[in-house]
Design a protein around this ligand. Structure first.
Ligand code: ADP
Ligand code: MG
Length: 256
């Protein structure tokens, strides 16, 4: 008898949206990305885990070109990443990024934080940008804070604003680099809930996190990185229940 698989393992098999081929990067003598090959389908949610220093942040930063690569190729929606100028600004808009530190503009209101990019980069009208921003702030549960400044919000609220700000650019893919690791424990869930909802709506997401609950709920695939390499990739169930490599077993024994 066929046993139906949990929703979390039915990964989308659509066309690839983000593709890395033979990507290598060095910081001086340090080979920080070692021949990374990776293809992420439209609508796929990929969680990246691994020890500190394994290259997870560098991988994310390479995908929105905050870092250059030394060898290989990265494409977004079939196009090589733009290198400079207006095309680079457009690329950054298409690849939304949420960092550990919320990085909101301190001297702008919450609403302004979300409308600035669409007005400057996307050339949206002020009224259209405001309306879209209000909708997004509502979606992430901070619409009541629209006229406040970042410092007046909790960490969890600020991180939800950061997500709304990235979404306002209508990105093709969202990158999250340890988005909850700077938060007080009671605020982690409110941010993860927003991310789960985003995943359910079909957003393509690359999420560096050690939140196993999120990985099990929302991820189609887990990548385990160590020493600049993707050592293992599997469904969350496979990975957490039956990690194949010694490195992964060792890592999981430390964090679980
Ligand atoms: P992770 O996010 O997995 O902790 P990172 O991608 O931040 O790992 O870093 C991978 C390695 O590259 C680490 O050893 C780190 O110290 C080094 N590194 C990261 N950024 C730089 C940089 N700008 N210059 C030199 N070394 C760096
Ligand atoms: Mg990192």
């Amino acid at each position: 008898m066929a046993i139906s698989e949990p929703a979390s393992v039915q990964a989308p098999h659509g066309e690839p949206l983000v593709v890395l081929e033979g990507v290598n990067k060095w910081f001086g003598d340090l080979h920080v990305l070692q021949d990374v090959n990776l293809s992420i389908a439209r609508g796929e949610v990929v969680v990246v885990i691994g020890p500190s220093g394994s290259g997870k942040s560098t991988l994310c930063r390479a995908i929105n070109r905050l870092e250059t690569i030394d060898q290989g190729r990265i494409t977004l929606d079939g196009m090589p990443l733009a290198q400079e100028g207006k095309a680079l600004a457009k690329l950054r808009a298409e690849v939304g990024m949420v960092f550990q530190s919320f990085n909101l503009f301190a001297h702008k209101t919450i609403l302004e934080n979300v409308t600035l990019g669409p007005i400057k980069v996307r050339k949206a009208s002020k009224s259209a940008a405001r309306q879209h921003a209000q909708e997004l702030l509502e979606r992430v549960g901070v619409s009541a804070q629209a006229q406040k400044y970042p410092a007046q919000l909790s960490g969890g609220q600020q991180q939800r604003v950061a997500i709304a700000r990235a979404l306002a650019m209508e990105p093709k893919v969202m990158l999250f680099d340890e988005p909850t690791s700077a938060l007080d424990p009671e605020m982690i869930k409110e941010v993860l809930d927003v991310m789960v909802e985003l995943a359910e709506r079909g957003m393509t997401m690359i999420v560096v996190t050690h939140e196993m609950g999120f990985a099990r709920t929302a991820a189609h695939r887990v990548l385990f990185m160590a020493d600049g390499q993707i050592v293992e990739e599997a469904t969350p169930d496979e990975f957490f229940n039956n990690p194949k490599s010694e490195r992964a077993r060792d890592f999981l024994s430390k964090i679980l």
